[in-house]
Each structure stands twice: as structure tokens, then as C-alpha cells.
Design a protein around this ligand. Structure first.
Ligand code: P53
Length: 479
């Protein structure tokens, strides 16, 4: 009982939040580079404010991030010291194709990731690769309008074919699009979309989503053709909605909200646009241009496993319940009176993880993979430079316990767990460094000051023990 012997423990990062080196090694500019910190960040992320280049008035944290571009060997050695079995990372598209529409890939970029994968294998760490974690080359946005354009399918296909061919034997776990449902909430970040005044944003977002869904199916097809060992997953920003009350109207609202997210995975895992989505789109007057071949390819090439992020559960209420939604996060949230919140207002709910796992497993009956989970918190090193992050350990322990219950008590099949930001990195939502998730502390602040020196937090030693005991020793007693 408990976690299976081959359970993949590890941690997760994304290129744009940790690599830096934005103009190194022939890399082209990408949407993720030109998203500033500060009050305008949200407008840029949502595509309401067009910012396709740097502006001297702003600070862009992804430019240098934590400079994993030059520190990767040191960082992977630290992951190995914790006993990682897997490391989830993403490819910066514009390192491989700086403009996105070239014929020939950039060798320096390809070599960079090859070095990373080889370094991982040195320590028996299996790479888990997100093909795009919010990346889109700026040229593809300026020239083609990002994912609103059908041509993106071809550019993405080329990227995938290049990666699957080059890294055959080095990588077998692939995720096509990070948090694919984020396109609805953060369209510039998720799909390189910006909007002109008066445009029908929903029409554009769903059309872009269709292109991503087709591209994801094509990627799955090619991955399997190139190497039958390849395992391809979709990736959802998950968390089930609770009805605010037992008022059937609240229950109905929660079901609708869940479907807003499930839609993507229903297509990627079941291979068809679900009836409720067709009705919803028709009701909104959205008409998606899609070909017969699109639908065939979606049907024929569904994913092998379902990966997801989970940070906090969500609450849905009908108009009748008359509760205030807060827009603090990219997902509008309603306060759940039964839960505590993090310093950033994310509600802490380990049982919610078990509920979400059960919901997903009941629905798809494919293996699950938790590829993000964790607590963003302010860490203050003590006089010896150590971060005693008992709050983070408490959060992770409770969530790992919930995972274990889902496996042991409910029979859910779970391939692995990669907690988010295993090394401190730039926050996607806010651009801050101060919102830290890591087992490894990085000396850098919100304004980009600091030595970039890496340090082990208390949770580093704790997670090492968790992995060594295959999830059995979750207390701090033996540290
Ligand atoms: P942060 C919010 C905003 C953007 C991406 O979020 C998000 C979320 C939360 O669902 O999703 C993932 O950094 C994302 C990561 C991100 C992580 O959540 O705002 O895949 O890139 O860093 C945590 O605290």
C-alpha cells in the first residue's frame, strides 16, 4: 500500500520563470519576456494592453529570472541531492526557433536542453518536458497574431517534431500545453493573444483554443510515431468548484464552472467536443472554424495521461447567493469560510486535492500526474541564513497525505508528483520573487537585486526524507 515503487517524485519549473538569459544563445524574444511587474501586468497578461517590446519605464523579471541558464548544473545537482526521480521543466520555444517560423532550428538552443537532459540522466532523473509553458515567440505574435491564426498549428508541429527527434531516448514524458484552460483567463500569457477595441474576445479565445487542441493532438500523434515509448499528457489548471451552498442554483453554477475547465481535457482525453460545449458556444454566438480533418485527428490521438496543477479549491455561487467575487487571482474567487488562506489569498485545502483527483479519475480513467502544487510564501532567512519554512512543510505534508488517501482509499492511479517551483523562481501571476515556493532559496529580490546564491531551506531536508521513504515519513521528527 502507499505510493507505488516507481512513483515519480520531483519538482517543477518553467523556462520563462527560471532560465533568464533571454538574449543568450541565439534566443528570440517571446511574449513571456515582455510582461512587466506592477499594476499594468494584469492588463498585459490578459491581452488588453499591447506590449510587444521592452519599455524603459518597466521592470521585466523574466529577462534574467534566477539565471538557471548558467546555473543549471548546480541546480540539478541540488535536485539530485534531494533524491528527485523526475524534474519537470519547459522548453523556451524561441531558443529552438527564435522567430518561430524558420525552416532550420537554432543548434545552440537544442544543445542547451540536450545538456540539461544529459545532466538529469547522470543522476537517474527522468525529465518531464512541457513543450510550451506559456511561451510564444514575439515574431509569431506580430506577424500572425499568435494562436488566433491557424498557421500556428504548423509552427508548433515543427517544434514538436524537432524536439521528439532530437531528444529521442533522452525524454519520454511530454506535456503539450501548460494549463491549457488558462487561455480563457490569461490570453496573452497563454496564447500570445492581444485584442483590439471592440473585438469579440470570446470568439477569438475559443478559436485559438481549437488551434491548440488540434496542435496538441498532432503532437501526440507524432510523439507516438517517432517513439512508441513516448507518453504524452495534457495539463489542466485544476481544482474542483464547490457550490457556495446547497441551493440547487449554486450547485448548477459549480457544475457549469467545472465544465469551463473540463472542456479542454474532454477534448484532449475523450477526443470529442462535448455536447455541453457545443451548446454553450452556440448560445454565445461563437462559431469555431474547424475542418473534418481537425475533428478526426482530435478523435484519433488522445492523451496517455492527465496532468494538472492544484493549489487551492474554488467556490461557485449563483446570483441568488449574492456573494462578492474577488479578482485578486486570475481566477475570480469566493471566500470559503471553512478554509485558511495563504499570504496571497489562495485557500489552503488538501482534501480539495483528493476531491479533484477523484473527479478527474472518475471522469477520464487515465493515470493522473500532479505536476504543480505548493505554497507561495514570504521566506526570511534567519541569522545563519537558513529558511525554517515549517508553513511550507505543513502545506506539502497535508497535500501528500491527501494524495496517499486518493491512492490507498479511492484507487486513483497517480504516476508522480512534481511540486511547483522546487527552486525559488519568478511568480507567473505577479512577477514577484518574494512569492517563493522552493526547497532551494535563491538570493534575488523583486527588483532583481541579489547574488543569485542558492541555499537549502528546512523543507529541502524534509522533502529528501519524503522521497527516500517513498512518501512514508512525512513528519519532521527525524530531521
Ligand atoms: P504564481 C496563476 C497565474 C498564472 C499561472 O502561480 C498560474 C496561476 C495559478 O493557477 O498557474 C500556474 O506564480 C503556472 C505556473 C505558476 C504557478 O501556477 O502566480 O503553471 O507558471 O507559477 C503558480 O504563484
Amino acid at each position: 500500500m502507499g505510493f507505488p515503487d516507481n512513483f515519480l517524485w520531483g519538482g517543477a519549473t518553467a523556462a520563462n520563470q527560471c532560465e533568464g538569459g533571454y538574449n543568450q544563445g541565439g534566443r528570440g524574444l517571446a511574449n513571456v519576456d515582455v510582461i512587466p511587474t506592477g499594476p499594468d501586468r494584469r492588463a498585459v497578461i490578459t491581452g488588453k494592453r499591447k506590449m510587444l517590446n521592452f519599455d524603459d519605464e518597466y521592470f521585466y523579471p523574466a529577462k534574467d529570472a534566477i539565471d538557471m541558464y548558467t546555473h543549471f548544473k548546480e541546480d540539478i545537482a541540488l535536485f539530485a541531492e534531494m533524491g528527485f526521480k523526475t524534474y519537470r521543466l519547459s522548453i523556451a520555444w524561441s531558443r529552438i526557433f527564435p522567430n518561430g517560423d524558420e525552416e532550420v532550428p537554432n543548434e545552440e538552443g537544442l544543445q542547451f536542453y540536450q545538456d540539461i537532459f544529459q545532466e538529469c540522466h547522470k543522476f537517474n532523473i527522468e525529465p518531464l518536458v512541457t513543450i510550451t509553458h506559456f511561451d510564444c515567440p514575439i515574431h509569431l505574435i506580430k506577424e500572425y497574431g499568435g494562436w488566433r491564426n491557424r498557421k500556428m498549428i504548423g509552427f508548433y508541429e515543427k517544434l514538436c517534431r524537432t524536439l521528439f527527434t532530437r531528444y529521442q531516448g533522452l525524454v519520454k514524458y511530454w506535456l503539450t500545453f501548460n494549463e491549457i484552460n488558462m487561455i480563457l483567463h490569461a490570453p496573452f500569457l497563454g496564447a500570445g493573444l492581444t485584442f483590439e477595441h471592440g473585438e469579440n474576445e470570446e470568439q477569438i479565445k475559443y478559436q485559438a483554443a481549437h488551434h491548440e487542441l488540434v496542435a496538441s493532438a498532432i503532437a501526440t500523434k507524432i510523439a507516438h510515431e517517432i517513439d512508441p515509448q513516448n507518453q504524452v499528457g495534457c495539463m489542466l489548471a485544476a481544482a474542483s468548484y464547490y457550490p457556495y451552498s446547497c441551493n440547487p442554483k449554486d450547485v448548477w453554477e459549480s457544475k457549469q464552472s467545472d465544465r469551463g475547465n473540463y472542456f479542454f481535457i474532454d477534448v484532449q482525453s475523450r477526443g470529442v467536443y462535448p455536447p455541453y460545449a457545443r451548446k454553450m458556444l452556440a448560445k454565445k454566438g461563437i462559431k469555431i472554424e474547424q475542418t473534418k480533418e481537425d475533428l478526426e485527428i482530435i478523435k484519433a490521438h488522445t492523451v496517455d495521461f492527465i496532468s494538472f496543477s492544484y493549489y487551492a479549491s474554488r467556490v461557485a455561487a449563483s446570483e441568488d447567493s449574492n456573494v462578492q467575487k474577488t479578482e485578486g487571482n486570475l481566477f475570480p474567487t469566493i471566500k470559503n469560510p471553512y478554509l485558511e488562506s495563504s499570504e496571497w489569498g489562495w485557500q489552503i485545502d488538501p482534501l480539495g486535492l483528493r476531491i479533484t483527483m477523484n473527479d478527474l479519475y472518475d471522469r477520464y480513467q487515465k493515470p493522473l500526474f500532479i505536476v504543480e502544487n505548493g505554497l507561495g510564501a514570504v521566506d526570511i532567512p534567519d541569522e545563519n541564513g537558513i529558511v525554517n519554512d515549517d508553513y511550507r512543510i505543513a502545506y506539502l505534508r497535508a497535500h501528500i497525505k491527501a494524495m496517499k488517501d486518493a491512492i490507498d482509499e479511492d484507487g486513483v492511479v497517480l504516476l508522480g508528483y512534481t511540486s511547483w517551483g522546487c527552486i525559488d523562481l519568478v511568480s507567473a501571476g505577479t512577477g514577484e520573487m518574494k512569492k517563493r515556493y522552493g526547497y532551494i532559496y535563491v538570493d534575488r529580490d523583486n527588483e532583481g537585486r541579489g547574488t543569485l546564491e542558492r541555499g537549502r531551506k528546512k523543507s529541502f531536508y524534509w522533502y529528501k526524507q519524503v522521497i527516500a521513504s517513498n512518501g512514508e515519513k512525512l513528519s519532521c521528527n527525524e530531521l
